[in-house]
Structure formats: structure tokens, C-alpha cells
Design a protein around this ligand. Structure first.
Ligand code: G3P
Length: 218
């Protein structure tokens, strides 16, 4: 399974990249705003900085909601670097844009996906990635992981090339569950990735090894 970091924070992106296990980055307009990045040129520049740090896929989201606007923005984003993936919302014109961008050889990430039907449409349009928002489904007291399992089953039956990118992942536990549910990629904050490291028996075991070594090597 691929690991993406879900942030526009450069320090966190650098730290995740330094770990040596990062496959890519996902951003969205809210995450860009959270970092105080505004204005078209600043946003494009920020994406360029991210692409310079991470060689893997970097999802950059369009703001337009009409086909022509999305295509124009997609062209500008794709020009930033070869590892840009254009993130397009799951709306009618979005599906049309994904199909056109696929025809043009530009990779896409279909975002704001909350049902198997939407995932089928994204795949049919040729999306490189489909992003079901697990945490937001759980927020509604529905079952986000069940959606991953259902998409994985349908994609497998249909021999779909679209990769399932589990998004809106907010805990280490959800990373593990996404892997078990059949996600190809998980995107999450740095803390959730680092949380996977934690186990008290690892800490106790390491302390014991070091103590024994010290005793034997006085
Ligand atoms: O990858 C999508 C993600 O950024 C949304 O996460 O926590 O705002 O639902 P969240």
C-alpha cells in the first residue's frame, strides 16, 4: 500500500519525505488555506515547492466547477511538474474533465467520493485515483471502511485500473483498517503515520536490549 501525506504544511511534508517511506502528497483548498497560502501565483508556487520536496504524486485540486474552467486550471497545474496529479471533484463536469484529462494523458484524482456508484463513474472516466472520504462518512455515523471494501470488490471484479486512495483518514487505526479493506493508497496526517510506530513492548524490549548490552560491555 502507498503512503501519501494529507497536508500542505512544508515542514510535515519534509519530515515525512525524510522517513523514506512517502509515496506522495494530497492537498485540498482547505489545507492550502490552513497554511495561509492564497492567490493563484502563491498557490502554484507552493505546489512547485511541494513537488521539489517529494518525487511521488502530488495531488493539486482545481477550484472551478465547470468543464472549461477545470480544464484550464488542470493545464496550469500539470505544467508545474511531471508528478502533479490533478484533483477533480465528483460532479458531472468533473467526470467529463477526468475523461478528457485521461485522454490527454494527465493523471487525475477524483475527490469527494462517498458511494460505490461515484467510484464506478470515476473509474469509467479513467481516474488514476479515486478518493473515498472515510472520516467524513464515519462522522455521519455510517461505515467508511465498508465503502472501501465495496469499492475494492467492484473494482476487482471489473478489472479497474483506478487506485483506491483512502482519504479523510484521521488515525493510525484507520490506516491499518484501510490496508485490510483493500485500499491501494492511504492519505493521512503525519501524526497518524508516526502513530504506527508505537508499541509499549517495542520500547520495553529496546530498553532491555540496551541495558543488557551495557552490562556486558562495562
Ligand atoms: O484527503 C481529504 C481530506 O483532506 C479530508 O479530510 O479530515 O477534512 O475530512 P477531513
Amino acid at each position: 500500500m502507498k503512503f501519501f501525506i494529507d497536508t500542505a504544511n512544508l515542514d510535515q511534508i519534509r519530515e515525512a519525505q525524510d522517513l523514506g517511506i512517502l509515496d506522495g502528497v494530497t492537498t485540498n483548498p482547505s489545507l492550502m488555506a490552513k497554511e495561509g497560502i492564497s492567490g493563484k501565483q502563491n498557490i502554484l508556487k507552493h505546489y512547485k515547492t511541494i513537488c521539489d520536496i517529494v518525487p511521488g504524486d502530488v495531488s493539486a485540486e482545481v477550484i472551478s466547477t465547470d468543464f472549461d474552467g477545470m480544464m484550464k486550471e488542470a493545464g496550469e497545474l500539470a505544467e508545474i511538474a511531471p508528478n502533479i496529479v490533478v484533483k477533480i471533484p465528483m460532479i458531472k463536469d468533473g467526470v467529463k474533465a477526468i475523461a478528457k484529462l485521461t485522454e490527454l494523458g494527465i493523471p487525475t484524482n477524483c475527490t469527494l467520493v462517498f458511494s460505490v456508484g461515484q467510484a464506478i463513474l470515476a473509474s469509467k472516466a479513467g481516474a488514476t485515483y479515486v478518493s473515498p472520504f472515510i472520516g467524513r462518512i464515519d462522522d455521519m455515523n455510517w461505515d467508511g471502511m465498508q465503502l472501501i471494501r465495496e469499492i475494492a470488490e467492484v473494482y476487482s471484479m471489473q478489472f479497474s485500473d483506478t487506485q483506491i486512495l483512502a482519504a479523510s483518514i484521521r488515525s493510525s487505526k484507520a490506516i491499518v483498517e484501510s490496508a485490510a479493506a483493500g485500499a491501494d493508497v492511504v492519505t493521512c496526517p503525519l501524526n497518524s503515520i508516526l502513530g504506527l510506530l508505537k508499541h509499549p513492548l517495542t520500547d520495553i524490549g529496546l530498553a532491555q536490549f540496551l541495558a543488557d548490552h551495557k552490562k556486558a560491555n562495562k
